[in-house]
Design a protein around this ligand. Structure first.
Ligand code: ADP
Ligand code: MG
Length: 621
């Protein structure tokens, strides 16, 4: 797909390939990556130094907003107006976060327990979506500066355990930043892609992704087969990470200086400065394995590699407990795991690598920068979506259900929403009218019970069905959704072998908004849909019974009395009237009455027919 873009500043018209960027929107740090000469690369800021953008926003006035490194400095000087860890609030209500509200240094609004949280800065309110949107905008700006071109399409990663609301919130944040979010990808999936695991079609592999960041720990067990990533289990601790090591170092410093933590609560600035210094000490000691020694005011700040290891070990042990649980939930043992991937800044600590490697009894993948690996994988996924890696399967799930229209305008779902692609499913149908030779197959996408509320993708007619009584033909309808999101629908009448098929491109047919509207719609209308469905089903059944009653009368005239025929016709008339109305209970009741009356007559007819056919049978002597 080529696109024409006009650079308004320079007045140049340029034809550009579709560039899709990969974004890791992290709790502590975020970053953006893009493919460069076939390799994913994280993008540096103007200063050419850092690829990481701290996920921090500072408001000095409502319009004067700092993001990233500049905002991080304000954590010390202006904590009330400095927002961090927004990711923890995405898609959450106040009720969800009540228990850890104290963790945040800024004001969270609690006026309505069940609506999504808002954050108050000065006299304005911001939703976590808006705040994340600001971070995404900064990342978008960063890459546009770097490549000198506008970008509009992105893949954004989220933790594997993120629910629908959290994923949707992340998509919306992208939209606010002016990004068309083509895909939300699980962070562990992205990490695997960055290492090239799961790209070539190979035998099934099981992967453990160990992600120890600043404030959170996630362990995900994935299975990859034929390009499909399946999350077998996730575990972790949303309040365990590098920050805890920093805090442990500060506690240790208090101890060796014979101070208690009242000095910190008395002096917020000192406390922030110590935090930054502890982090610096941790990084320095873990990488150099030399002791750290510094003075901060009256504080003697020193730590040896041995002491640091002792502090790190207690964190590492907790993460291993989570790994054990994740394996148990996936029904696996460490021997089943083919690859272990290290993600997150804290996995730079050699002792963490060693503990993890010992536990899984395997060397861990750590060649890529653990801070960048998720963003790099997002860029790989983006490249696949852009169609630049032709022989690679797309990894996806269908966002909306796919199905066909059945009698009465009902949606009959064949591939449900959230199915993994490629996907295949089929079902048998039959005709509703005697001698029917054509069958129209209309394909729809959506969650509502009535096709008129869903989106029509296409239709075709299966012709040349040999005439048979209603209900006798066996028509098999098959949906095959391939890895590119292309749907092929096949219909085949099994008795005659008559066949027909069409291809439908559905994946990018709907905008995000339309998709969100349709999903919302299906929730709002669930009750009325159910009622309508019940009425239509009752009508269908009643019409079938009316038809078969007519047939029954015609075929069994000689064994029925005048009285019986008259009564059946009366019941059928009642039913015909009921069908025209809107009252499904009345239809069902009338149907039952007719059934109760005709059942003994049908038995009599059956006995008669059997006797008849036996009479006619010749016995060979
Ligand atoms: P998140 O996924 O939560 O956004 P990151 O993956 O960016 O977090 O990890 C940030 C954490 O990694 C911080 O706690 C930071 O101190 C820690 N970290 C980064 N480099 C090192 C290092 N060399 N040694 C120890 N910890 C480090
Ligand atoms: Mg991370």
């Amino acid at each position: 797909m080529a696109k024409i873009s006009i650079n308004i500043k320079e007045g140049k018209v340029a034809q550009e390939a579709d560039l899709i960027i990969g974004i890791d929107l992290g709790t502590t740090n975020s970053l953006v990556a893009v493919m460069e000469n076939g390799h994913p690369k994280a993008v540096k800021g103007k200063d050419g130094k850092n690829t990481l953008v701290p996920s921090i926003i500072h408001f000095s006035t409502a319009t004067d907003v700092l993001i990233g490194d500049d905002a991080k400095e304000k954590l010390v000087s202006d904590p009330q107006n400095t927002i961090y860890s927004v990711k923890r609030l995405m898609g959450k209500s106040y009720h969800d976060i009540e228990s850890f509200e104290k963790y945040f240094g800024y004001k969270i609004i609690d006026e309505d327990q069940d609506s999504l949280v808002k954050i108050r800065v000065k006299d304005k309110f911001y939703s976590p979506i808006e705040l994340s949107g600001m971070i995404l905008k900064a990342l978008k700006h960063r890459i546009e500066q770097s490549i000198g071109k506008p970008v509009s399409k992105a893949v954004i990663t989220v933790p594997a355990y993120f629910n629908d609301a959290q994923r949707q919130a992340t998509r919306d944040a992208g939209k606010l930043a002016g990004l068309d979010v083509l895909r939300i990808v699980n962070e562990p999936t992205a990490a695997s892609l960055a290492y090239g695991i799961g790209i070539a079609p190979e035998a099934a592999q099981k992967i453990a992704v160990y992600d120890l960041g600043g404030g959170t720990f996630d362990i995900s067990i994935l299975q990859i087969q034929d390009g499909i990533f399946e999350v077998l289990s996730t575990n972790g601790n949303t309040f365990l990470g590098g920050d805890d090591i920093d805090r442990a170092i500060i506690d240790y410093w208090l101890e060796i200086n014979n101070l208690d933590d009242s000095v910190l609560s008395d002096d917020k600035n000192l406390s922030q400065e110590l935090r930054l210094l502890a982090e610096e000490a941790k990084k320095m000691v873990s990488l150099s394995q030399n002791s750290f020694k510094r003075k901060l005011k009256f504080f003697n700040c020193q730590i040896s590699p041995e002491k640091l290891n002792e502090l790190v070990l207690s964190i590492a042990k907790q993460t291993i407990d989570c790994c054990k649980q994740a394996l148990k939930d996936a029904g696996l043992s460490t021997a089943d795991i083919d690859h272990v991937i290290m993600v997150g800044g804290s996995t730079r600590i050699p002792l963490i690598k060693k503990v993890v490697s010992d536990f899984f009894q395997k060397e861990v993948h750590d060649k890529l920068d653990p801070d960048e690996v998720v963003a790099l994988g997002a860029a790989v996924q983006a490249d696949i979506l852009a169609g630049n890696q032709k022989d690679i399967l797309l990894l996806d799930i269908t966002p909306l259900s796919l199905g066909i229209e059945t009698i009465g305008g009902l949606m009959d779902t064949i591939i449900p929403r959230n199915s993994k692609v490629p996907a295949k499913a089929g079902r048998q149908y039959t005709t509703s009218v005697d001698g029917q030779t054509n069958l129209k197959v209309s394909v729809f996408q959506g969650e509502r019970d009535l096709v008129q509320h869903n989106r029509k993708l296409g239709e075709f007619i299966l012709r040349g069905i040999p005439p048979m009584p209603a209900g006798i033909p066996k028509i098999e309808i098959h949906f095959i959704l391939d890895a590119d999101g292309i749907l092929t629908v096949k219909a085949k009448e099994l008795r005659s072998g008559v066949e027909q098929k069409i291809e439908i491109r559905s994946q990018y047919g709907l905008s995000e908004e339309e998709m969100a509207m349709m999903l919302l719609d299906s929730i709002e209308h669930a009750q009325s849909d159910m009622d309508t469905r019940a009425l239509l089903e009752a009508r269908n059944e009643a019409n079938n019974i009316i038809l078969s009653s007519d047939k029954f009368l015609e075929q069994n005239k000689e064994i029925l009395s005048e009285e019986e025929i008259k009564t059946i016709l009366e019941y059928v008339d009642h039913l015909k009237t009921a069908v025209k109305g809107e009252n499904k209970d009345l239809i069902n009741k009338t149907m039952d009455e007719l059934n109760v009356y005709t059942t003994p007559l049908a038995h009599r007819a059956l006995d008669h027919n059997i006797a008849d056919s036996l009479k006619g049978k010749k016995v060979d002597g």
